[in-house]
Design a protein around this ligand. Structure first.
Ligand code: SF4
Ligand code: SF4
Length: 121
């Protein structure tokens, strides 16, 4: 089961997870062109080796350790993580669209500071 990034990353996006991931499966990195406009980062589910290093690195507890443990309020973002592919404009647009829909439908969560958002999941 891959790890999953959820909505506390929106508005944080500090890339601490990227720095510790041993297999470079978290995108976009700061040196990728999509970074500036991406609303959050995504874990490639086929490349993640479930090492867990990213979880304690995240300052806002955005990362869950499996699809099963990802709360219901975040399920759409499981799909965003699954479809995002660095360098694939169509896949990037699809993932961003999923995130935008999540933001629109979860105004309650988005109103919470990112560091406190996970507690409201
Ligand atoms: S669990 Fe490990 S391999 Fe998977 S995204 Fe986190 S740091 Fe990378
Ligand atoms: S460490 Fe957390 S907030 Fe920072 S980019 Fe990674 S998932 Fe997003």
């Amino acid at each position: 089961m891959p790890f999953v990034i959820t909505d506390p990353c929106i508005g944080t996006k500090d890339t601490a997870c990227v720095d510790v991931c041993p297999v470079d499966c978290i995108h976009p990195r700061k040196d990728e062109p999509e970074f500036e406009t991406a609303p959050m980062l995504f874990i490639h589910p086929d490349e993640c080796i479930d090492c867990g290093a990213c979880v304690p690195a995240c300052p806002v507890a955005a990362i869950y350790d499996s699809v099963d443990t990802t709360p219901a309020s975040q399920k759409a973002l499981v799909n965003a993580n699954a479809v995002y592919r660095a360098g694939d404009a169509g896949a990037v647009a699809e993932a961003v669209s999923i995130v935008e829909s999540h933001v629109e439908s979860h105004a309650d969560l988005m109103a919470i500071d990112p560091k406190d958002r996970q507690a409201a999941h």
